[in-house]
Design a binder for this molecule. Structure first.
Ligand code: ADP
Ligand code: ADP
Length: 228
């Protein structure tokens, strides 16, 4: 059971009497070290699938595993890190202290935390900005800091939900290549949710296409990006 596997996953959101079928018979298999993008129309269930892997919501049926672990087990083992569209930075803490946050929560000691945070800050190209506050940086730089925070955990899986979705087209394009460079340095398995086909093609080995509601992976295109 290596890689990221969704096996006949179904998801129904219930809110009072209202039921929304978000995913039906969804199957996905991303091999260890592969980079996969998930594309599809808005509302088809992309974020839902990612949030199932990240143990934020539980599937109504089927199973999701990360190297054979359930999402809850994977979370306990810090097997994955999540980067979302609006990653939260604590405004009263400097970038360095924000990047350290993941390791701090994990109970890692101060000197080791600092060393790992500085390494990640360098990797995302934010050297020199470690002592500024998040709101002193551009949105793109804040997202890079969020990626740095995720990388400090040395996750086996990076789950990214529109990591640059809130940014303008040009900034986005620039950061995509930046992200590609950064991810080359890690051996993480990646699942990227995006609404941009070009982003998916630029960044991945494999593009999974989800059908309109209810989401089901209808096609997997191997791009063979060959990042090895
Ligand atoms: P995508 O990421 O592809 O835009 P989502 O996974 O966000 O799609 O949403 C899939 C479907 O589930 C949509 O119909 C959406 O309205 C619904 N949905 C998403 N989150 C919730 C929620 N927390 N409660 C109820 N319905 C939700
Ligand atoms: P990004 O492409 O990361 O969103 P911008 O396009 O907003 O960044 O900014 C371009 C460059 O300007 C950044 O890479 C950075 O070197 C510099 N910059 C942006 N914001 C600041 C700031 N608050 N202080 C110093 N330099 C900044």
């Amino acid at each position: 059971g290596f890689g990221l596997v969704a096996d006949d996953v179904g998801m129904v959101y219930r809110r009072g009497a209202q039921e929304t079928l978000a995913l039906a018979d969804c199957n996905l298999n991303v091999g260890r070290g592969q980079w996969a993008s998930l594309i599809g129309a808005s509302g088809c269930g992309k974020s839902t699938l990612l949030r199932i892997f990240a143990d934020i919501v539980h599937p109504t049926c089927g199973t999701a595993t990360l190297h054979g672990l359930t999402p809850a087990e994977a979370r306990a083992n810090r097997t994955f890190a999540l980067v979302s569209q609006q990653s939260t930075m604590l405004p009263w803490r400097k970038i360095l202290e924000n990047v350290e946050l993941g390791l701090e929560v994990a109970g890692v000691g101060k000197s080791e935390r600092r060393r790992a945070a500085m390494e990640a800050i360098e990797l995302v190209g934010l050297m020199g900005f470690e002592h500024v506050y998040p709101n002193e940086l551009s949105g793109g730089m804040r997202q890079r800091a969020a990626i740095a925070r995720a990388l400090t955990l040395r996750p086996q899986f990076l789950l990214m939900d529109e990591p640059f979705g809130a940014l303008d087209e040009i900034t986005r394009e620039k950061l995509n290549f930046e992200l590609l460079r950064i991810l080359r340095e890690t051996s993480a398995t990646l699942l990227l949710v995006t609404h941009s086909i070009s982003e998916a093609i630029i960044l991945s080995d494999q593009v999974a296409v989800m059908t309109p509601r209810p989401g089901r992976i209808s096609k997997i295109v191997d791009i063979g990006f060959g990042h090895e």
